[in-house]
Write a protein that binds this ligand. Structure first.
Ligand code: BG6
Length: 506
């Protein structure tokens, strides 16, 4: 245990983290609790300040009262007096309208004063925790006011997703950012990459001879990635109307997971070596033809229904949503990666809101044995399955067949399950803790490089255009179900089914 804990060390580079969107949802739910836990674990630099920038009128004192509540509500660790005192000494609030370019000069002088007082040198991290439509304005404001001018050690920018709303807007945003920051200082965030279990994909694959030697189309029948949520769009109707499940989950989280599952071993664990291999997977994605779109894609939108015994509204009745909205809240997809390793092995993905259960898992289904021995009407062999589960709970399961001692000649499926190990390890660090820690120490491995984002948009754009051109019979699934029936048919037509481990093996 001790060994694991000592692997991350405090960073000695001082710095100032400027959060645009300081009073927003992301800051309250994720960033502030992450900062609290980084302090608790002794991982922040000695000289480190946080400047929360927001449009609301408040004093630092009032701001601190608000974030204390957020820490109590969202942090994985209880609030302790000594750590709270430290937070109070490093966090301050600054009111400005970040859409008004004339206000950045004043921000610059405020930042400079703060830096002089706090020995953070001129190392700056600008975190854009705001709605995507503000990204370009903020970058422009930072550049024109010279807040981005060369600092002593670093000057970084962190961009939340979605990075653009299609390939062309992503390109234009990128051009503006690279004008102001060097590529190595641009952190395009995908919080899924900060999840320990997602990082575990590489360890499972490249530290286990038994898995990597059969990790290809000769032994793997198909791969399934499921990210399902019981939550609806909550208060984010306005954002979600412009995004939909494709931009919200597929273009980023799902394609990133898929790249890690499918990539070739990198030559080393350096940032660019891993990113190069991920990028090649997206380039090898099968061509998205009209036939592909007709056969392999299912879009859905939830109607009213029941979640955990409570009735919930349909998407079109949610706040800030068009009552005739054609936005998809569900996507299921079958796709191939046309390279030597994966040709012929389908990847099935599905993601959606207001589904029956919240679940994040990857299932690797190995090929079945020939139906010669142990096959008749009574016995059914389950194929070997490797399940990487990342929420709720984390763990890896391996399913294989053994003799059922209760039945003459019977077979049963047994599971080797490592999920219990995670309770010994305690709570896995929240993704944002890991990502903030990496941003401060300057490690971009868990962030997307521009060419990866571009390749992901190439795939997503075609699918989004297809959905936008066609009027769909939405809503087409009940809240509380597992999505449109067509998503099950997608696999049934191939003689397969979705595996579901949220309640054990079924
Ligand atoms: C975000 C999406 O990126 O990921 C949300 O914008 C979604 O719509 C969330 O709910 C899911 O993240 P997690 O970590 O809770 O699975």
């Amino acid at each position: 245990m001790e060994q694991k804990k000592t692997q991350r060390n405090a960073i000695d580079l001082p710095g100032l983290l400027v959060i645009f969107g300081g009073t927003g949802d992301l800051t309250n739910r994720k960033l502030i609790p992450a900062i609290y836990n980084l302090i608790r674990d002794g991982l922040l630099p000695e000289h480190f300040k946080v400047l929360a920038v927001g449009r609301k009128e408040k004093t630092t004192q009032e701001y601190l009262i608000g974030i204390k509540e957020s820490i109590m509500k969202y942090s994985r660790n209880e609030i302790k007096e000594e750590i709270w005192n430290k937070i109070q000494s490093i966090v301050s609030y600054y009111k400005m309208d970040f859409t008004n370019l004339t206000q950045y000069e004043t921000l610059l002088s405020h930042v400079e004063k703060l830096e002089q007082k706090s020995k953070t040198k001129r190392n700056r991290i600008f975190y854009l925790a705001v709605a995507p439509e503000y990204f370009e304005t903020i970058i422009q404001g930072l550049q024109e006011s010279r807040l981005t001018d060369r600092s002593s050690d670093y000057n970084r920018v962190v961009i939340e997703k979605p990075f653009g709303k299609d390939l062309s807007t992503a390109r234009s945003l990128n051009q503006k950012i690279v004008h102001a920051f060097e590529e190595k200082n641009i952190y395009r965030i995908d919080h899924y990459l900060g999840k320990e279990m997602i990082q575990n994909i590489l360890v499972l694959r490249f530290c286990n001879f038994i898995f990597e030697s059969i990790w290809n189309n000769k032994y793997i029948d198909n791969i399934q990635i499921t990210l399902s949520e019981t939550l609806g769009v909550e208060s984010r109707g306005a954002y979600y109307e412009k995004s939909g499940a494709m931009r919200d989950m597929v273009q980023n989280h799902i394609l990133q997971i898929l790249s890690l599952i499918a990539m070739e071993p990198p030559v080393n664990l350096k940032m660019d070596s891993i990113r190069n291999e991920k990028q090649k997977v997206l380039e090898a994605m099968e061509e998205i033809s009209d036939e592909f779109l007709e056969k392999n894609v299912v879009f859905g939108q939830y109607g009213k229904g029941m979640i955990n015994g409570e009735s919930v509204a349909g998407y079109q009745q949610e706040k800030n949503v068009d009552p005739e909205s054609q936005t998809e809240t569900f996507v299921a997809l079958k796709m191939h990666i046309n390279n030597f390793r994966w040709s012929g092995t389908p990847f099935y993905i599905r993601t959606g809101k207001r589904l029956q259960k919240s679940c994040g898992e990857i299932v690797i289904q190995f090929k079945s044995m020939p139906e010669i021995l142990y096959y008749n009407n009574t016995f059914e062999q389950t194929p070997n399955l490797l399940v990487i589960k990342f929420q709720p709970g984390v763990g890896v399961k391996f399913c294989f067949n053994t003799k059922d001692f209760q039945v003459h000649n019977g077979i049963m499926t047994s599971q080797m399950d490592t999920s219990a190990v995670t309770t010994e390890q305690g709570n896995t660090p929240e993704a944002y803790e890991r990502l903030l820690y990496d941003i401060i120490r300057g490690d971009g491995t868990l962030f997307s490089r521009w060419d990866e984002v571009e390749a992901a948009w190439n795939v997503a754009d075609r699918l989004i255009q297809y959905r936008e051109q066609k009027k769909s019979p939405f809503p087409n699934y009940e809240a509380g179900s597992m999505g449109p029936v067509r998503a099950d048919i997608l696999l049934k037509e191939d003689g397969r089914k979705w595996w579901d481990f949220s309640g054990g093996l079924k």
